[in-house]
Design a protein around this ligand. Structure first.
Ligand code: FAD
Length: 382
């Protein structure tokens, strides 16, 4: 693995870093307090090509490889995880699924809009009674002539109340994962209702919603991939999605490192900057090591994907480690800031709250451990 960035990768990282410094970091605390990022951000992300990374230019995307994608997500995560998550879902889970599995018509209908930021996507898998055990989902799609009627409830859906299209997983056959199919459902479809979930611990600037489906009618051409192949599609999508969550966590950890080193140099206690106290340096060193290790795991996954190699277990490792590392890094950064870390004048408290959810979604830490354990032993311990 060559750890030297190409000129294109370095340029896109620089572009994303400047965007994060200029458009995200100064506003992140305000958006967090009011529970909404500035909606204009989506258009800016589209203009910069960040919502079309890795998608072919012929499909309306901005191309580039997965390492460049991870570099951008790291910078967005450093700036505001709420924004990083909007990209991870609309591009990483929805547009990439359409690019990989969509018909020519589906790609032409959705990809140019999703990549430009004139439309957003959401990924609707989780239900009130099925989270980790997603294959137990109960939303049902029943044939009606050449159409399908979808009925059920999805919850915790990122971009749920802002998205224009929902990638919905519904049961079209019997129990188990083989009975599940995927559908692209416009969110203005009659019978589809949406409710925003308020009061999140972190990612507060991001819209998380509950979606209700009451006999929502879609044509068979809205089915993404083969009938009964929806769960496999979801798993393949989530494996890549884990890399993007992990990349965002590297950004959180890097943001914590920058903030903590800066503060330690400025804050004086016992007659000298706290950076000169050994136990503070221990905290800083721990943050630095967690950040670097998480970044290397993420880059490994990107490298495997770009070389068309198997990557799912490595993506679980990167997501498990980077999410836990980001929580540790943010917790250590709060410690470096002392009482000032506990108020939102400084970014580290928000980093801690934002990092926490990464150990929960797209497969909890326990689910990643079971995936890694299964790959090691060949034994399914779910
Ligand atoms: P549960 O599955 O009930 O798990 C509870 C606990 O039990 C966890 O600690 C878990 O690790 C543990 N557990 C469960 N099974 C096992 C087992 N076999 N062995 C050991 N431990 C186990 N979903 C979407 O579909 N789309 C989205 O866009 C989306 N965005 C989200 C955004 C936010 C902010 C949040 C909080 C969630 C989001 N989710 C989304 C849902 C998320 O993926 C689920 O919350 C997650 O999969 C866990 O499911 P659960 O919350 O039902 O927890």
């Amino acid at each position: 693995m060559d750890l030297t960035l190409t000129a294109e990768q370095a340029a896109v990282r620089q572009l994303a870093a400047e965007f994060a410094n200029r458009e995200l970091l100064p506003h992140a605390a305000t958006w967090d307090r009011r529970e909404s990022v500035d909606p204009a951000i989506v258009g800016m992300l589209g203009d910069l090509g960040f919502l079309g990374l890795t998608i072919a230019e012929a499909d309306g995307g901005s191309g580039g490889d997965h390492l460049a994608y991870c570099l951008v997500l790291e910078e967005l995560g450093r700036g505001d995880s709420a924004v990083r998550g909007i990209v991870s879902v609309s591009l990483g889970l929805v547009a990439k699924s359409i690019a990989a599995h969509g018909s020519a018509d589906q790609r032409a209908e959705w990809l140019p809009k999703l990549c430009a930021g004139s439309a957003l996507g959401c990924f609707a898998l989780t239900e009130p009674d099925s989270g980790s055990d997603a294959a137990a989902l109960r939303t049902r799609a029943v044939r009606d002539g050449t159409d399908w009627l979808l009925t059920g409830t999805k919850t915790f859906i990122t971009n749920g109340t802002t998205a224009d299209v929902a990638l919905v997983f519904a049961r079209t056959g019997g129990p188990g994962h083989r009975g599940i199919s995927a559908f692209l459902v416009p969110t203005d479809s009659p019978g589809l209702t949406r409710r925003e979930i308020h009061g999140k611990l972190g990612l507060r600037g991001q819209a998380t919603g509950e979606l209700g489906f009451d006999a929502v009618r879609v044509p068979d051409t809205a089915r993404l991939g083969a009938e009964g192949a929806g769960f496999r599609l979801a798993l393949a999508t989530l494996a890549k999605g884990r890399m993007s969550v992990a990349a965002g966590c590297v950004g959180i950890a890097q943001g914590c490192l920058d903030a903590a080193v800066g503060y330690a140099g400025e804050r004086t206690q016992f007659g000298k900057p706290i950076a000169g106290h050994q136990l503070v340096q221990q905290l800083l060193a721990a943050i630095a090591v967690d950040t670097a290790a998480a970044r290397l795991l993420v880059w490994q996954v990107a490298d495997l994907i770009d070389r068309d190699q198997p990557f799912a277990t490595e993506a679980s490792m990167a997501k498990l480690f980077a999410s836990e590392a980001a929580v540790r890094a943010a917790n250590n950064a709060v410690q470096v800031f002392g009482g000032y870390g506990y108020i939102d004048e400084y970014p580290v408290g928000k980093y801690l709250r934002d990092a926490r959810v990464a150990t929960l979604y797209e497969g909890t830490s326990q689910i990643q451990q079971l995936l890694i354990g299964r790959a090691l032993t060949g034994v399914n311990a779910f």
